[in-house]
Design a protein around this ligand. Structure first.
Ligand code: AVJ
Length: 316
């Protein structure tokens, strides 16, 4: 219990520090991880069901269609380490396809969320041993020493969450996974592929306005948790393509000259000035292959959909 309180206050302090730093910068920005409070996670769930948002249903389709091959790639009696335990259905597809998985280790920063998803997996796979761990996978951390060292260990990172990381951070992350699974370990990673711009931009600016709500919810969160005075009507959601970074960016655009306070400080906005709230990088298979190789991995398998929208990669 005390641990949970500490975790919450640490998170709160980090949020506060990130808001002060990000909104004081000459190009205002906020880390995308803060999009996911309870309301934000619920809105993201809604996004995954939108007609314009192809990644979730495409990746799920690939996992289902290729489940046997993916399971064979992972090997028998696998120890599966999942980075960010929010993937629900995708996890169930993988675990359901594996031959006698030995252990499932979901990692997540949100303890409540982790407990709930572990309980769901436990009901679905009563004979599977589960060891949930509260950890931030963007930090350097060690797995507990008493996890079975027996191969094969498999790192599972679906959802193209790797696209949120700048390439050097993505490479650090993949190196860390290598450290966790060992030299003979494997990884199964979901990667969103580069494609026609109109398809990409629509996926991040849907007609129903759910993504706009998701983005603006960050201001609502600042207002609630950091005593903010942001006028939600004074900002608009925008999805932009950054060709140099091969990334869809989410921004909150100030619709007028205005200022708002938060954390006891005042932040001013020019007309049209933006807060950059997310990067979602889109890779070509070649570019991802290079990234993986830099991080000590070889792309052994590529599972994709007929339209090549998304790829599930088997790394070893
Ligand atoms: C959960 C990070 C994979 O980048 O596509 C969806 C988040 N942002 N719509 C993505 C998101 C706007 C999503 N990831």
């Amino acid at each position: 219990m005390l641990e949970k309180v500490n975790l919450h206050s640490r998170q709160h302090e980090q949020f506060r520090a990130d808001v002060i730093e990000g909104l004081s910068a000459s190009r205002k920005t906020l880390p995308c991880r803060w999009l996911y409070d309870d309301r934000g996670s619920e809105l993201f769930e809604q996004i995954t069901k939108l007609p314009e948002y192809y990644p979730t249903r495409t990746e799920t389709g690939i996992l289902k269609a290729r489940a046997e091959e993916i399971a064979a790639f992972c090997g028998e009696r696998a120890v599966v380490i999942e980075y960010g335990a929010g993937a629900g259905v995708k996890t169930e597809i993988l675990l359901g396809a594996l031959t006698n998985p030995a252990l499932y280790v979901p990692l997540d920063i949100a303890g409540d969320f982790l407990a709930a998803s572990a309980a769901r997996i436990e009901r679905r796979f009563p004979y599977l041993e589960i060891r949930p761990l509260v950890a931030d996978f963007t930090d350097d951390f060690e797995l507990p020493a008493d996890l079975p060292k027996l191969p094969p260990r498999v790192g599972f990172f679906p959802g193209s969450t790797i696209g949120n990381l700048a390439p050097p951070d993505a490479a650090d992350f993949l190196r860390r996974v290598r450290g966790h699974v060992g030299e003979d370990g494997r990884a199964v990673v979901g990667v969103d592929l580069k494609k026609e711009l109109s398809v990409l931009l629509r996926a991040y600016d849907d007609d129903a306005g759910v993504t706009a709500e998701f983005n603006k919810n960050l201001l609502r969160r600042i207002n609630r948790e950091l005593d903010g005075t942001f006028d939600l009507e004074g900002f608009a959601h925008e999805a932009r393509w950054n060709a140099r970074n091969s990334a869809v960016e989410m921004h909150l655009v100030s619709l007028k000259r205005q200022s708002a306070t938060a954390c006891g400080r005042r932040f001013s906005f020019a007309l049209g000035e933006t807060i950059h709230t997310e990067n979602s990088r889109k890779y070509s298979l070649e570019a991802f292959r290079r990234l993986a190789e830099r991080a000590g991995w070889r792309v052994e398998q590529v599972w994709t959909d007929p339209d090549r929208l998304f790829a599930v990669l088997g790394l070893c």
